[in-house]
Design a protein around this ligand. Structure first.
Ligand code: KG4
Ligand code: ZN
Length: 342
């Protein structure tokens, strides 16, 4: 092993994925292990926090061992331990944080707490070796919808956010309403390909006050109203048309806001991140809009869009080389703000 290389062992457990990875020099994936709890939560139509925490405890050691084995290294070869400490489900976060602290204590290696959203953003560095800040990033996941100005590896400014539901949450709720099950995003993505996106003119919400804020709860209600009306009038619902029209309404707003924000900030690079960033129509829509505007478009592969530890290792690396190191009193912070260091 090259002594100059920096290897980070990263741990992610903020929601329903127990994940560990080894990253070399921030952008090279040595291993990526993800234990997804989706099958477990499907039964309940969404993530059950208590079940998530228990499963993380059961799986975390195994996932870390596998990540070290796959990377062909031992804890001795690791330079620092990075872990998601917020935002997320407190019980779930605590499992990863306690584990990372135990490893840091036992090995004497530095501990680096990572913000989950900063991790999602950093997922873009893995396959786009030339991407460097500043750039604009649209972060769209199950819990977050943010337009983030990435000023530097460790400097962020939120210029737009959702006022109510996150984009992924809207996908999941609409999917449930049309009987597709959990998680809804990938299912709507697939079904929408068979539908007409212009069949139902669902509303595009305008938010008073901030040009770049989002709102998806009105759209969700419009879909539910449409379904209720069809039921009352005994009209058969074309689920593919509902999926396509709903998805189009979400993507239309996301694309327009992201492009306008990038231009207004005087930037020429736009990245997308988070679970919803794996949506094929969103990628297509943002790609086309970027082409038209002469903006370079970046996105991670789907496996690095949904929760994983590789992205935590990438973000952790940039914190580590800037000298960030947390004490063994590091705690889980369920509502941790982006760019905030606790
Ligand atoms: O980033 P993520 O794995 O977890 C959070 O940090 O929230 O995002 C999960 C969300 C879920 O709401 C899921 O339905 C959505 O991402 N998602 C998608 C797609 N794949 C996952 N939404 C739309 N299209 C997809 N292909
Ligand atoms: Zn996430």
């Amino acid at each position: 092993m090259d002594d100059k290389d920096i290897r980070i062992l990263a741990i992610e457990s903020s929601c329903d994925e127990t994940a560990a990875a080894v990253m070399r020099n921030g952008r090279e994936v040595c291993s990526n292990v993800i234990f997804s709890q989706i099958e477990l939560h499907k039964l309940y139509g969404g993530v059950v926090p208590e079940i998530a925490s228990r499963k993380h405890i059961e799986k975390v050691n195994q996932v870390i061992r596998e990540a070290l084995n796959d990377a062909d290294c031992s804890l001795e070869d690791i330079d620092a331990i990075a872990v998601t400490y917020g935002p997320g489900l407190v019980g779930a976060l605590l499992v990863g944080v306690a584990e990372a602290k135990a490893i840091a204590y036992a090995t004497g290696k530095p501990l680096v707490g990572v913000h989950h959203i900063e991790g999602h953003i950093a997922a873009n560095y893995i396959e786009n070796k030339d991407l460097e800040p500043p750039f604009m990033c649209l972060v769209v996941s199950g819990g977050h919808t943010h337009l983030v100005k990435v000023i530097d590896y460790d400097a962020f400014e939120i210029i737009g956010r959702t006022r109510d539901d996150a984009a992924g949450e809207a996908f999941d709720k609409v999917a449930r309403a049309i009987g597709l099950g959990y998680p809804g995003g990938p299912k709507i993505d697939a079904l929408a390909k068979e539908g007409n996106k212009e069949a139902i003119p669902f509303p595009r919400a305008k938010v008073d006050g901030s040009e770049f804020d989002f709102s998806f709860s009105g759209l969700k209600s419009a879909v539910l109203n449409y379904l209720n009306q069809c039921e009352m009038k005994k009209i058969e619902v074309n689920r593919a048309d509902v999926a396509a029209s709903f998805q189009y309404a979400v993507i239309d707003v996301l694309t327009t806001h992201a492009i306008c924000a990038t231009k207004e900030a005087g930037m020429n690079k736009l990245a997308i991140a988070g679970g919803v960033a794996s949506n094929s129509s969103l990628r297509e829509s943002v790609r086309k809009a970027c082409e038209k505007e002469g903006i370079s478009f970046y996105h991670p592969s789907p496996i690095y869009c949904t929760d994983n530890a590789v992205m935590i290792g990438a973000a952790g690396y940039y914190s580590y080389i800037k000298g960030v190191s947390h004490g063994l009193d590091l705690n889980a912070v369920p509502n941790l703000k982006i760019g905030e260091r606790l």
